[in-house]
Design a protein. Structure first.
Length: 107
C-alpha cells in the first residue's frame, strides 16, 4: 500500500496470504536492493514463528514449510536463490549471537 513501511507490508501480506499473525518484534530485515526487472526496491525479511502452522491452499497451490536444505529443489529465480542464501546466513548469525549472549548472561 502507498506509504506503508516495508516491514508492515511484510506483516500484512503474510497474514493475508497465510493467516499467520507475526509480531513486529519477531520480524527481522535481511537486506534490500533495487530490482531492475521489477523497477523497484525489493525488501527481504524473515520472521520467527512460534510453531509450524498448517496453511490453506491458495488458488490450488499447496503451501508447506520447507527447510533451508530443501530450497535448492525449488524453482526459484537466481535472485530469489541469492535472497534465500543471504537470509540463511543472517539467521545463522543471529542464532550464534543469541547463543553467545545467553552463554554470557546477556539474555
Amino acid at each position: 500500500m502507498d506509504g506503508e513501511e516495508a516491514q508492515a507490508t511484510f506483516q500484512r501480506v503474510v497474514h493475508e496470504l497465510l493467516n499467520v499473525d507475526l509480531k513486529v518484534k519477531h520480524i527481522y530485515p535481511v537486506y534490500d536492493y533495487f530490482h531492475k526487472g521489477l523497477d523497484k526496491v525489493n525488501f527481504v525479511f524473515y520472521a520467527e514463528v512460534g510453531k509450524n502452522q498448517n496453511f490453506d491452499s491458495i488458488n490450488d497451490d499447496v503451501l508447506s514449510w520447507v527447510s533451508f536444505q530443501e530450497t535448492p529443489k525449488l524453482l526459484f529465480s537466481t535472485q530469489t536463490k541469492q535472497d534465500v542464501v543471504v537470509g540463511q546466513r543472517v539467521i545463522n548469525l543471529k542464532e550464534r549471537v543469541d547463543e553467545a549472549n545467553e552463554e554470557n548472561g546477556y539474555l
